[in-house]
Every structure is written in structure tokens, then in C-alpha cells.
Design a binder for this molecule. Structure first.
Ligand SMILES: [Cu+2]
Length: 350
């Protein structure tokens, strides 16, 4: 049934549960509006015949609709709307909250390509590799204009905004390849801003990312170019540490838990932070980015509004690196040594 509808509506294959849920909602909306449209059309046709003018002196009497007519006209569409909302809203909420343990991938759009950075530092251009059957959280930003990350097969579309992070997540069903588009007109080669999502068997993905990390380590040993804050080869966390040191963040922020001119970065990530307005926010990626771009907008309770803005001073990749650095400053819970195999940055508390 849904396969038939999918073909009738020219929809691409659905590569995740989320895609199937979106399709169900889509089919439901299309079918109910078609039925309602047909019913209105049918009624109009029946009335045309039944109440046609039968003679020269045939006059229509004035008709006043009854109250229950009015109630029906308002109530039925409203009921439909509420049903759509009841199906659609939970889907929307689910699509914005990655499950705990999702693997984080940083996505950066730029004219006219997509760059992906994986946990531990490896990155790739115009090709996003992910394991099948595991949740992947995308932290999306742009380094120039607004782009939009769009994977039709996953029914996934999220804007990429300069100086800000947006997030979304997905879990692909099975190994395969899917087209990625930019869905926000962004300049001359917008239509060529293509990338590919490669869903791999989980074992193959683990092997691939391990290989990438080893390659990185070797490149690091071969000495990174001094002076380049985002030296190719160093991990995001390392890059973030450099950026923070060079930009002078560490003059005001400590990383050891002690209070300085600004709050410490130790255990800052996902901390519940009380603001001077009394509001409490969770220090997630979006908050950390805002804190650098527009520090005056949210002042941490008990601190002065003295932090300068870094809008325009930090490039989006540098911001991503600092965010990763801050995220790495977690006091470890009791944990036995470095574990074997891939370690995914997880998102506790979600
Ligand atoms: Cu674009």
C-alpha cells in the first residue's frame, strides 16, 4: 500500500524509520485532503443538478444556514488539523532529539561543498560515511552563506547557518548510497553542491574510521605546519586547544575547574547554567557557540559582561574545534583505562 503510494507520488525510497514516518504523515494528509476535495466537488455537482434553475420565474429563496451547519464547517477541518498535528508534532520533536550514544559528526557547508568531521578528528569532503543501524547526530554549520543539508532518502533537511550550529539526527537502515543536496539557493554553483551519504556495515565503518585515525596520527607525527591553528592532521580537540590559547580565551577561562574572570570550562559541556536573568540553560553546542558569537546575550549568573565577541574573529571550523575542546574537558567518571575499539563522543543526559 505505502509502496504503491510512494510510487504514485514519485517519492524516493525511504532509508530510515524516520523517512517512513514522514511518508505516513504525508500519505495521510494527501489522502484526507483528496477525499475532502472530492466530497466538496461531489456536493457542488449534486447541488448544481438538484437546485438548477427550472424556469424563467424560478427564484431561489434566501436560505439561512443552521447553527449546526456552521459548527460542522468549522469543526471538521479543525478535527483534521488536530489529527495531523497529533501525528506530526511528536515526529518533529523526535527528529530534533538525538538518542543518547549517537555518534556526532560535524557538518560544514561552504560554497560549494560539504565537509564532514568525525569523532577523533578524521574528516572527509563531499562524502559522509556512517554505520548502518546506529544513530548519528549531525552538528551543522556554514562558513559563508546559508545552506541547507538535504538527504531526500532520509526525509532529512536542516539549514546550515554561518556562526551557529543546528542539529539533527538520523539512523540509516541498511548499507547503501544516498544523494545529499544543498536545498537553499547559495550562489552560482548551488546545484552542484552535491555530496554522498555512504552507509556502511557497522564493522566496516569501525574499520574505516580506525584506519582514518591511524592515518591522522601518522600525519601528526610528521609534524603539523607550525602557526596553522587548524593544522591538518591534528584532532579537533587539539586544534581547539590551540585556538583557545592563541585567541586568549584561557586568560579568562580555566580548564581545571577554578573560577577566573570567566567560568571554568571543566565540565562545562551539558552543565545546567544559571543566567543573570534567572533562566537556566543547558550548555550544549548551540549555547557554547552563542556564548562566543554574542556573549552579552546570555550572561552567566555571578559574572561580569566583559567577554568580547568572537563573531568574525573565529572561523566556523575554529568554533567547532573550540566546542570539541570544551566538550573534552570532562572529569572522567570512574572508568577503566582507554577502551579498545572506537569511542564515540556520546551525549549524556539525552
Ligand atoms: Cu549551498
Amino acid at each position: 500500500m505505502s509502496d504503491l503510494l510512494r510510487r504514485l507520488l514519485f517519492l524516493p525510497p525511504a532509508a530510515s524509520q524516520h523517512a517512513r514516518d514522514v511518508d505516513s504523515l504525508h500519505f495521510f494528509v494527501v489522502i484526507t485532503t483528496m477525499l475532502a476535495g472530492l466530497a466538496i466537488f461531489g456536493t457542488a455537482l449534486a447541488f448544481m443538478i438538484r437546485y438548477r434553475r427550472r424556469g424563467e420565474d424560478d427564484r431561489t429563496p434566501e436560505i439561512q444556514p443552521r447553527h449546526w451547519h456552521e459548527a460542522l464547517f468549522i469543526g471538521v477541518p479543525l478535527a483534521f488539523f488536530l489529527v495531523w498535528f497529533a501525528i506530526g508534532y511528536p515526529q518533529f520533536v523526535e527528529s530534533t532529539r538525538a538518542p543518547p550514544g549517537a555518534m556526532d559528526v560535524f557538518v560544514m557547508g561552504k560554497q560549494w561543498m560539504w565537509k564532514f568531521a568525525y569523532p577523533g578528528g578524521p574528516s572527509s569532503l563531499d562524502e559522509l560515511r556512517v554505520p548502518a543501524g546506529r544513530p548519528v547526530r549531525l552538528l551543522i554549520t556554514s562558513r559563508d552563506v546559508i545552506h541547507s543539508f538535504f538527504v531526500p532518502d532520509l526525509r532529512l533537511k536542516q539549514d546550515a547557518l554561518p556562526g551557529r550550529y543546528t542539529e539533527t539526527w538520523f539512523q540509516a537502515d541498511a548499507p547503501g548510497r544516498h544523494q545529499i543536496f544543498c536545498a537553499e539557493y547559495c550562489g552560482l554553483s548551488h546545484s552542484g553542491m552535491l555530496a554522498e551519504l555512504v552507509v556502511m556495515k557497522p564493522e566496516e565503518f569501525d574499520a574505516w574510521i580506525a584506519l582514518q585515525r591511524r592515518g591522522l596520527a601518522r600525519a601528526q607525527d610528521a609534524a603539523a605546519v607550525p602557526g596553522d591553528l587548524l593544522a591538518a592532521g591534528s584532532s579537533l580537540v587539539e586544534q581547539g586547544r590551540n585556538v583557545a590559547a592563541v585567541q586568549g580565551c584561557l586568560k579568562c577561562h580555566s580548564i581545571d575547574g577554578s573560577r577566573h574572570i570567566g567560568p571554568t570550562w571543566r565540565d562545562l559541556y551539558r552543565r545546567r547554567e544559571r543566567l543573570s536573568t534567572g533562566a537556566v540553560v543547558t550548555a550544549d553546542e548551540a549555547y557554547l557557540t552563542r556564548s562566543m558569537m554574542d556573549p552579552a546575550a546570555e550572561i552567566v549568573d555571578g559574572y561580569q559582561n566583559v567577554m568580547p565577541t568572537y563573531q568574525g574573529k573565529l572561523t566556523p571550523p575554529e568554533v567547532a574545534a573550540v566546542v570539541e575542546f570544551i566538550k573534552s574537558l570532562k572529569t572522567p567518571a570512574v572508568r577503566a583505562g582507554p577502551s579498545e575499539g572506537p569511542v564515540y563522543e556520546s551525549t549524556p543526559g539525552r
